[in-house]
Unconditional design. Structure first.
Length: 96
């Protein structure tokens, strides 16, 4: 009879421990889901900022390339001149 009481106490304690662990794991899971959502929102915001920055940099590059002072200090290389001339010739043939 004594062993039966000890077994009942063991199963009661293990049941309570299982319930407590399940509750703790569910709370942990809720916090992990919230953190994942925040990381997703943060990555989306960073992506949109990168797109805006990319557009700004490309516009700045175009402005610098068209600037006479910039051209004076940094002239076009021979390869780049050939590419620009080739692009201009293809644009002219497309317009006709």
């Amino acid at each position: 009879m004594n062993t039966l009481i000890k077994a009942d106490i063991f199963f009661f304690i293990s049941s309570v421990a299982t319930v407590v662990l399940a509750v703790l794991l569910s709370v942990l899971l809720v916090y992990l889901i919230k953190a994942g959502r925040n990381l997703y929102k943060l990555s989306e915001a960073i992506k949109s900022d990168f797109k805006e920055t990319e557009e700004f940099v490309s516009e700045l590059k175009q402005r610098l390339e068209g600037n006479l002072v910039f051209r004076f200090f940094f002239p076009l290389s021979q390869r780049w001149r050939r590419m620009v001339a080739k692009d201009d010739s293809t644009k002219d043939s497309d317009q006709e």
